[in-house]
Design a protein around this ligand. Structure first.
Ligand code: ZN
Length: 308
């Protein structure tokens, strides 16, 4: 986990197709100074104000996570947010000339590569993070998201689908490199019947085999096959991590997730942030001399030498 705030070294432009609109969307990413946070600004409509990438600004969670304020919104931000969270980018302005982030290949890998290629700059200010202090869970039918205190960030995710995907479970322990190699390349997935239904309703018009794993019966339509045998559950971990990045600081704890999607992810995060005592916001006062996370845990006592 990165202990200093970060931004990018210079401005970059990214262009790509929107998943729902199928239109080319231009995005410009600009460095921002310390303590400014992550902001989206719609540049295709004059007079729009920037919107903070934060849980309280999530306005829609159907199919993707949408951030909005007033009349404007930016949707399908979760894979981009996951890349920012993984690389520890805390201050950034995102100007976007459209209603959704480009889908690219349906994973977070192109975002990670773009951001690493432009280069990251550590800023001279500590990066606060949330330590989970008390267990909490939210259950909706057969879906669940639970958290408990732990010295590391880990996500234990289970999905269960009939047909090709079946039951998949993966336990992921966070490190930047592990995220980049094990989780970021996992693409979004959908059933062929769902794609047809969405496209008939004018949605997912840009969706196809170049940006999603499309499941049909007992197989997939993508000629290149899967990137991992359990690519689907890895993508759910990616989505969950991206949605949790909207907390505004990384969460440090053990998460157990069963069949959750953007909607329950958001409900969970809003509940956790809105319930006093579940999380403690901790700001490191100096670089730890040994692995960061091992100095934090176990709850509840933090080493006062470098945390205040
Ligand atoms: Zn996704």
């Amino acid at each position: 986990m990165h202990y200093l705030q970060k931004t990018i070294k210079q401005k970059i432009q990214v262009s790509g197709k929107g998943l729902h609109s199928n239109k080319q969307i231009d995005m410009v990413l600009s460095p921002r100074p310390i303590n400014t946070g992550l902001w989206f600004l719609r540049t295709d409509r004059p007079g729009n104000k920037p919107v903070k990438a934060a849980s309280e600004n999530v306005t829609d969670t159907a199919l993707a996570t949408t951030i909005g304020l007033g009349d404007e919104s930016v949707s399908t931000v979760e894979h981009f947010m996951a890349a920012l969270g993984c690389l520890g980018i805390t201050n950034l302005q995102v100007e976007i000339a459209g209603q959704e982030a480009p889908v690219l290949d349906g994973s977070a890998q192109p975002w990670v590569e773009l951001l690493r290629n432009v280069g990251l700059r550590s800023l001279n200010a500590p990066r606060p993070f949330y330590v989970v202090r008390r267990p909490f869970e939210i259950v909706e039918g057969d879906k669940m998201v639970a958290m408990e205190p732990a010295s590391d960030l880990s996500i234990d995710f289970t999905i269960d689908f009939p047909g090709f995907i079946k039951n998949q479970r993966r336990v992921f322990s966070f490190s930047e490199n592990a995220f980049v190699s094990e989780i970021a390349p996992a693409r979004t997935f959908c059933l062929q019947s769902e794609v047809e239904k969405m496209q008939a309703a004018g949605k997912a018009l840009g969706g196809g085999l170049d940006n999603a794993v499309v499941v049909s019966g007992n197989g997939i339509l993508n000629k290149e096959g899967l990137r991992f045998p359990d690519e689907c559950v890895r993508h759910k971990i990616l989505d969950f991590f991206g949605d949790m990045t909207l907390a505004g600081a990384p969460l440090l704890g053990r998460f157990t997730v069963v069949k959750s999607g953007h909607s329950l992810n958001h409900k969970f995060l809003a509940s956790v942030l809105g319930t006093p005592g579940l999380l403690e916001l901790v700001t490191p006062s100096r670089a730890p001399s040994e692995p960061y996370l091992s100095r934090v845990a176990p709850a509840p006592a933090l080493n006062p030498a470098w945390a205040h």
